[in-house]
Each structure stands twice: as structure tokens, then as C-alpha cells.
Design a protein around this ligand. Structure first.
Ligand SMILES: Nc1ncnc2c1ncn2[C@@H]1O[C@H](COP(=O)(O)OP(=O)(O)OP(=O)(O)O)[C@@H](O)[C@H]1O
Length: 272
């Protein structure tokens, strides 16, 4: 193999994509995205496998949230394509996009609950908004999801009466009520102490085992990745450095991946 040039900024991008063994739920094909002069995604090729918990890892500001927004059609690529179950998101008409979004459940950083509604109504909201289910059925679903996340006793509480961890669990219950094929977690561990992070990771695993589907977690918390990731994609400078089954990535020979996954201060990744 030829040695990468010292001045090649992609020299750590070995381009290795180890197969996950299943089809992709979401694919990025040569995606470019810039905001003004700030080029964020620069020819990104990434697949998110079906039925696994995947983690997109990467240093701050590399564009992990930007990726998630492309998946649900909140941002469009300048070039390239984003496919969800093989369908091109940028080419969807408004009605198709609306239908496609129903495949997704999204857990935002703080749970993104409506402050004026109690917990129960927050979790029921997507069912009332997007389905014609009757109140009895809605009640069954909401109670089941609240039980799953351990919040059945708090359904009358308002969001500002809940702790950060409870708000995240409530956001998780709400993300699940429409039985999504794909669940996106935007830094689920942010603002949680290590014990609550560990408990949330366990909950994510348990619920994934029960429900299946593609879970996509973005984080820079390596401990969470060690706990729950089945598939990992490491993003840096707008492209994937390496991706594959978690155990193989934790065993990677790529110096950048090794440094990032071990949290070491010495290595190719600096403060830039
Ligand atoms: N709508 C937007 N307009 C302009 N710039 C944006 C927009 N969205 C994101 N950016 C820029 O894109 C870059 C990547 O942001 P992004 O939030 O995706 O990073 P991240 O990898 O999720 O970071 P972190 O781990 O710190 O949350 C940042 O420099 C951000 O300022």
C-alpha cells in the first residue's frame, strides 16, 4: 500500500467500510454540504444498517447533527444523495416527505417536550397529530411506552417538574409511540451523570431488543459507545474515517480511530 502524503488531510481516512451483514436503512452517497464557506460534509459515504444500534462518533463540530438533519429532510445536500430504505430524500415531494418522516422517531437532547403539556399528553401528542386512533387505543399505547421507560407514575407531571434524565426518558417514550423503523438519538447522554448515562444506555438496548429497527445514536461519549454500539461510523472532516461492527472498530489499526476511541490526547487528532 502506498503511504499517505503528510499534507493529505484525509490521510487517516482509510475508507474501510466493513460490512454489517444486513441492508442499510439509511445511506449517504457522496454527500456535500456547506454553510457559506464552511464545508461540513465533503463527499460523505455512510451506511446505517437496519436492525442494529449504530453510533456516529466524531469530534465536536464535525457535522453529526447535520447528518441527522439530512436523514429526515430538514437539510438537503448540495451534492450527492441521502436514501432512506432506498428512497431518495432530496427528491421526495412534500407529501412523500411527510410520510417518510413517520418512519422516524427522534429523541432530541433535552427531550424537546412541550412545556405547556403534562408528560402523558406530550407522549400522546404524535398519536393525536398523525393517526386517527381513538382515545382508548392511545391510552393503551401511551401507558405501555411510559411503563417501558419507567415513568408510569409521573404522567401528570409537567416537564419543568422532571429531572434531565426523566425528560430524556419521556422524549424516548414519545419517539417510540408511532412504532418508528428508525430512531435517532441526538447526544442522549449530554447533561447526564455517568450512572444515569449507563441506565439510559441499558434502556436503549432493552427497548431495541424488544422493538428492533435501526437506532442511530450520535455522541462523543466513548463509554456509551462501548456499552451500546453494535455498529460504529467515525466521522471527521466531512467524511467517514472508518466504519464497521463495533468490536472491529474498537480493535482498529487506524491511528485516528484508535486515538478517538480511547480518548487519548496523543495522536493525529489535535485541537484544531
Ligand atoms: N443551519 C446551519 N447554518 C449554518 N451553519 C450550521 C448550520 N447547522 C450546522 N452548522 C455548522 O455545521 C458545523 C457542524 O455542526 P454539527 O452540529 O452538525 O456538529 P456536531 O458534530 O453535531 O457537533 P457536536 O458534537 O459539538 O454537537 C458547525 O460548525 C455548525 O456551526
Amino acid at each position: 500500500m502506498t503511504q499517505p502524503r503528510e499534507d493529505d488531510e484525509y490521510k487517516w481516512h482509510t475508507g474501510k467500510k466493513r460490512p454489517s451483514g444486513v441492508e442499510d436503512a439509511v445511506e449517504f452517497v457522496e454527500v456535500h454540504k456547506a454553510f457559506g464557506r464552511n464545508k461540513i460534509l465533503r463527499g460523505l459515504n455512510m451506511g446505517i444498517p437496519n436492525d442494529k444500534i449504530s453510533m456516529i462518533l466524531g469530534p465536536s463540530g464535525t457535522g453529526k447533527s447535520v447528518c441527522i438533519k439530512h436523514m429526515v429532510g430538514l437539510l438537503y445536500p448540495d451534492e450527492g444523495d441521502v436514501l432512506v430504505h432506498g428512497e431518495s430524500v432530496p427528491n421526495m415531494r412534500d407529501e412523500e416527505l411527510f410520510e417518510m418522516r413517520k418512519k422516524f422517531g427522534v429523541l432530541f437532547q433535552d427531550g424537546a417536550l412541550f412545556g405547556s403539556m403534562n408528560l402523558w399528553d406530550n407522549v400522546a401528542f404524535p398519536l393525536r397529530q398523525h393517526t386517527d386512533k381513538g382515545e382508548d387505543e392511545i391510552e393503551d399505547i401511551v401507558n405501555r411506552r411510559l411503563r417501558e421507560v419507567g415513568l408510569e407514575g409521573s404522567s401528570d407531571k409537567m416537564p419543568n417538574e422532571l429531572s434531565g434524565g426523566m425528560r430524556k426518558r419521556a422524549g424516548f417514550a414519545r419517539a417510540l409511540v408511532l412504532d418508528p423503523d428508525i430512531v435517532l438519538f441526538d447526544e442522549p447522554d449530554s447533561g447526564l451523570d455517568p450512572v444515569r448515562t449507563a441506565l439510559l444506555c441499558e434502556l436503549i438496548q432493552e427497548i431495541h431488543e424488544e422493538n428492533g429497527g435501526a437506532y442511530v445514536v450520535i455522541t462523543h461519549d466513548i463509554m456509551s459507545a462501548k456499552r451500546v454500539a453494535e455498529y460504529i461510523a467515525v466521522l471527521w472532516k466531512g467524511r467517514i474515517v472508518e466504519s464497521g461492527p463495533a468490536e472491529e472498530l474498537f480493535d482498529s489499526e487506524n491511528q485516528f480511530v484508535r486515538q478517538f476511541l480511547s480518548g487519548a490526547s496523543q495522536g493525529p487528532l489535535g485541537m484544531e
